[in-house]
Write a protein that binds this ligand. Structure first.
Ligand code: GLY
Length: 220
């Protein structure tokens, strides 16, 4: 899942790594998580800047620290300690992201409205199962255009943007972070699987639940 998400982070089409959307200050701030369904161990980073592959930093949090989440300056300090190179801020900024940010400021559109108009420009994720039934998931995002500086969405939050448990399955989410957090979407999917739903049916039920409860949109 780390390798898959790294490839998507490099793809400018997606809102993760290179191609991340810009916050209200016009900067990239990214969130990512990785989770191992054998141990329920997860690692995540939030509000990290100048890193090409936040998902790999999240994996280092899982494997090399006693913590689950490290944010902001601390995440960048941790990356420095590991020798992960910092990239110049502009290297992650694409024309599409700049355009969306300018459109937001020109028309003063609501962040949620702009979010709905982001045609296919969204969070990335991967899930995997090996031959022994071990599952894993990873999610990475730049968040939503013009988000407040320091805003953290669902993606790096365990049970919200991702969840993996060998006893049920692995989930990665995309969509409106505030809504996803309200219903702990990833854990809601595995809960529905525990109750006997197939993966597809659990995903469908959870998306409908989010729509009905908080009028949220997204996918898993
Ligand atoms: N789902 C990504 C975010 O809202 O930040």
């Amino acid at each position: 899942v780390e390798t898959s998400v790294r490839i998507l982070e490099d793809d400018v089409v997606f809102d993760a790594g290179t191609g991340s959307v810009l916050n209200s200050a016009g900067d990239v701030e990214m969130d990512a998580i990785i989770m191992d369904g054998r141990s329920l161990r997860a690692g995540s980073v939030a509000c990290v800047q100048n890193i090409a592959h936040p998902v790999s930093l999240a994996r280092q949090v899982m494997e090399k620290t006693d913590h689950t989440m490290i944010v902001g300056e601390g995440a960048n300090l941790f990356a420095k300690e590991l020798g992960i190179p910092q990239v110049p801020p502009d290297q992650l900024v694409t024309d599409i992201a700049r355009q969306q940010w300018e459109e937001y400021h020109k028309y003063k559109r609501a962040v949620n409205e702009l979010f709905d108009s982001q045609l296919g420009h969204d969070t990335v994720g991967a899930v995997a199962v090996d031959s022994e039934g071990n599952v894993a998931c990873a999610t990475s995002t730049g968040g939503i255009t013009a988000k407040r500086v320091g805003r953290v969405g669902d993606s790096p939050v365990i049970g919200c943007g991702a969840y993996a448990d060998n006893e049920t399955g692995a989930v990665s989410c995309t969509g409106h972070g505030e809504a996803i957090m309200s219903v702990t979407l990833a854990r809601t999917v595995t809960f529905n699987m525990e109750q006997g739903s197939s993966a597809q049916s659990a995903a469908d039920k959870s998306i409908v639940y989010m729509k009905n409860r908080v009028d949220g949109t997204g996918g898993v």
